[in-house]
Design a protein around this ligand. Sequence first.
Ligand SMILES: NC(=O)c1ccc[n+]([C@@H]2O[C@H](COP(=O)([O-])OP(=O)(O)OC[C@H]3O[C@@H](n4cnc5c(N)ncnc54)[C@H](O)[C@@H]3O)[C@@H](O)[C@H]2O)c1
Length: 339
Amino acid sequence: MKYVTNGKVAIMGAAGAVGSNIAQSLLATGTANRIAMYDPFAAGVEGAAAEIEHCAFPQADVTWTANAAEALDGAMFVLSSGGAPRREGMTREDLLRGNAEIAAQLGADIADHAPDVQLVVVVFNPADITGLVTLVHSGLPPTRVTTLAALDSTRLQARLAGHFRIAQHRVTGCRTYGGHGQEMALYKRDTRIDGVSLNDIVAGLETVNGVTLNTDDWSTIRADVVNGGARIIRLRGRSSFQSPGHLTALMVKAAAGGESFSWPCGAYLTGVPYHHVMMAMPVDLGPTGVRWSLPSGDDAEHAELDAAYAHVEALREETIDMGLLPAQTQWGSSNRHLA
Ligand SMILES: NC(=O)c1ccc[n+]([C@@H]2O[C@H](COP(=O)([O-])OP(=O)(O)OC[C@H]3O[C@@H](n4cnc5c(N)ncnc54)[C@H](O)[C@@H]3O)[C@@H](O)[C@H]2O)c1
């Protein structure tokens, strides 16, 4: 078995549902075999590592520790789902205080123990903020810190496949940008249902499989995507973990030089029209990190993205007001790349 990278991958929060699934997916997808599993819950991470050993993946080199420095030391990739998950009725933003404090510590630990890391993927919520806080405290260039932001797009793909009663892979070009929260922008210009433009279907010009989709249906689908995570919590009694685990592993695969990752990822934005936030954008993800670009869309889609940006920006200001993030003018003193 050949893995895309033999570099060390540190998983923070590895006793948890997402973290342990990231470890499993890294091995199962042939992405990485050297995995350091860290969690402050020592017995839990020992158990999670034992489970991975019991999978008997070839050439797996999996260690566990309750010492963050030990896990981070020499890491090529740092993936963190180490933080509280949402419970029923909570928004991602409700998690803000506790998880922003964890993110600040994570960033400082990376600065101390893994300053040469190639890519950091922040998964714990609210990821737009925890990713930004981690970046500010890590001292890393913005190209080397990203967030898992693909799930809203994969949920849109699955939802459309269900609507048209076709296989999921026949729905292409599903992209949501902006916040990974209650405000996101659904860009449907490039969405194709079995090769047919979704915009043409919504305009009443086309059908697929004898199925139509009007603007009311689109509004319902949009709401279902925004509430996609809450649906999993309602159905399973806990927040999603298989899909974030798998998609995070695929992000590492692309960053390590393997198969490309076409879903949106979190990127730190500066310049016009979005300033000093981390949010989901179209990106190139590869060995040099994350490079973002503005999405193409119509006026309504851009207005949705502006609204999503305003929401992330307000959350950033709230985080600053709560004393969990320095004022933006101070970021350069902990991270020279943000000066
Ligand atoms: N970005 C996304 O798309 C996405 C999707 C699903 C879940 N999430 C988020 O991922 C996070 C983890 O979810 P989960 O279901 O694995 O939760 P979980 O409760 O199963 O696991 C969290 C783990 O983090 C550990 N932890 C606590 N403090 C820590 C610290 N300071 N450093 C490292 N680890 C620490 C806990 O001991 C626990 O083992 C949550 O914040 C959840 O909201 C994000």
